[in-house]
Design a protein around this ligand. Sequence first.
Ligand code: NAD
Length: 258
Amino acid sequence: PRTSVLTGAASGIGKATKDLLEQRGERVIGVDIHDAEVVVDLSTAEGRAALVQEAGRISGGSIDAVYAVAGLAVPAPATVAVNFFGTVATLEGLRPLLAGSEAPRAVLVSSMAALLPSDGELVALLTDGDESAAMARAEVLARDPATTGQLIYASAKLALSRWVRREAATAAWAGAGIPLNAAAPGIIATPMTAGLIATAEAREQLLHVVPMPLNGIAEPIVVARLLAWLNSEENTHLCGQVIYVDGGSDVVLRGDSV
Ligand code: NAD
């Protein structure tokens, strides 16, 4: 059976994905800041290093797939630290453990929020990989009541989708036989969005910004099935794709641009 390392395992999309893989008989090393086999804080350098060390120890040095799912949606710099730098550190840090697999795979979770307004300065700093400058910029955005911090989440996810596009075809990933792809969900009913979709009025307001004409707000299993397939042996040729699993938000917002 395949062995995976999956971050964000304690809740929402990560938990649904872990449950699905385990039902299919796969082994999943769950990672989270609480309630997981590997408990680490992916917003810190120490937590990221501990993840690599623990995953290596528990797996015996070889895994088949990485699922970078952990994320935060608070209007604060921590969202940048977890969603961008934590995700990149997870994928780059665990990549050496994929070397022994016959069907290595890696996937991360971006968001349709990458299509919403973002902060160009923050996106540029993330693209440069400059964590301290990016955190400082996020601090400024978090204090600006006009943006209510929403720009931080959208910027981190846009930078993450672009990171996949830049990395996937390189020697490190495609050259090493590792498909690297992303899922970009629309609104999913998880603890992250619970407060935003609690009432019919709130849901209607949110769906105005994030239109989902096909079947509306989704359950986490919907994303879990896509992630599981992207990291399965069946996926041999998807490379650097950002797959929108969003009930049509991308199509409505971007029209026929492909
Ligand atoms: P969730 O809050 O249910 O789960 C996120 C998990 O990440 C939690 O278990 C949390 O503890 C973990 N996490 C947060 N900070 C961490 C840290 N510093 N170190 C380690 N783990 C940490 O949310 P979810 O909706 O399941 O989100 C999963 C992913 O999907 C996130 O990347 C999120 O941005 C993305 N996403 C969610 C939606 C949605 O509508 N729910 C839409 C698009 C993208």
